[in-house]
Design a protein around this ligand. Structure first.
Ligand code: ADP
Length: 262
């Protein structure tokens, strides 16, 4: 009701009159627009590091050829830019994979507590490097639930990485595990809590959109692709899970994900 409806009109001439068919193509048009926006975003995100790489290659071939200090510095920047392209491509592949899997319900049963433990362990070096401590509190395992182990790990990793990235050095990122009922039955909830800068409420509803960032410059600087929470959203959808984001400026954020236990 609040937006325009797009019709496709077909005219079929008949004897002495004509038949007009009105077909509502609003949704198809919107999908097409989203696809075009996505392609434009991907191209832009890839072109930015590529342009930097091409620029530095030119400099290395010319002005910086005989300056070892400049060469070393430029090579480091080039490595970072190539790394950015690499992360973007692997996130895009993840996204298309989780989208393709979305209709297939996971059949295996996994221990959520074990997946939390292994995700935290694998991210300890990253957290240490950023001066952030990781802690797990709440319900102890085993906590069995239906799920795809790799995908649930991906959800946890993306949320913990964000906590570390935006939580601020010297801080703590807490993973709190609790039980919470869902409309269809019992559920398991993980709160990923950081004490960082927080997020302005106007941004919260859009955070799981592809390439949506509160501060693009800051996200890129921290190696973000803008796809992490979009991937989380698709994985949760496949698992019939939910995400809830609460945040207060200057105090920090809580990203909660809830999975059905049965
Ligand atoms: P990115 O790769 O940019 O981190 P995400 O999809 O993971 O992409 O997150 C989208 C945006 O949400 C981020 O750019 C950031 O602005 C914001 N965000 C995500 N997690 C947090 C957090 N814990 N604290 C503050 N802002 C966050």
């Amino acid at each position: 009701p609040s937006q325009d409806i797009i019709y496709r009109v077909t005219v079929a001439p008949a004897e002495g009159h004509a038949i007009l068919t009105f077909e509502d193509v609003t949704e198809a048009e919107q999908m097409g627009q989203m696809r075009r926006d996505f392609v434009a975003n991907v191209s832009h995100e890839l072109r930015t590091p590529l342009t930097a790489l091409l620029g530095f290659i030119e400099t290395l071939k010319g002005a910086a050829r005989d300056d070892p200090a400049a060469r070393a510095r430029f090579l480091e920047i080039m490595e970072r830019e190539a790394g950015r392209m690499n992360r973007l491509i692997s996130d895009l592949l993840h996204l298309s994979k989780v989208e393709a899997d979305e209709r297939v319900r996971p059949t295996e049963r996994v221990d959520l507590a074990a997946l939390i433990g292994s995700s935290v362990n694998s991210l300890r070096p990253l957290a240490d490097g950023a001066g952030v401590r990781l802690e797990i509190t709440g319900e102890a395992g085993p906590l069995m639930m239906p799920g795809d182990a790799d995908q649930i790990t991906q959800v946890l990793v993306n949320l913990i990485e964000n906590g570390v990235k935006y939580g601020g050095a010297g801080g703590v990122v807490t993973l709190h595990v609790a039980r919470e009922a869902l409309p269809r039955g019992p559920g398991l909830r993980i709160d990923v809590i950081d004490r960082g800068e927080g997020i302005d409420p106007v941004h919260i509803p859009r955070l799981t959109e592809r390439f949506y960032r509160v501060d693009g410059h800051r996200s890129r600087e921290k190696g973000g692709t803008g796809l992490g929470l979009a991937i989380v959203k698709h994985i949760l959808h496949r698992h019939r899970g939910r995400i809830r984001i609460e945040s207060e400026r200057g105090k920090g954020s809580v990203f909660s994900v809830i999975f059905p236990e049965t």
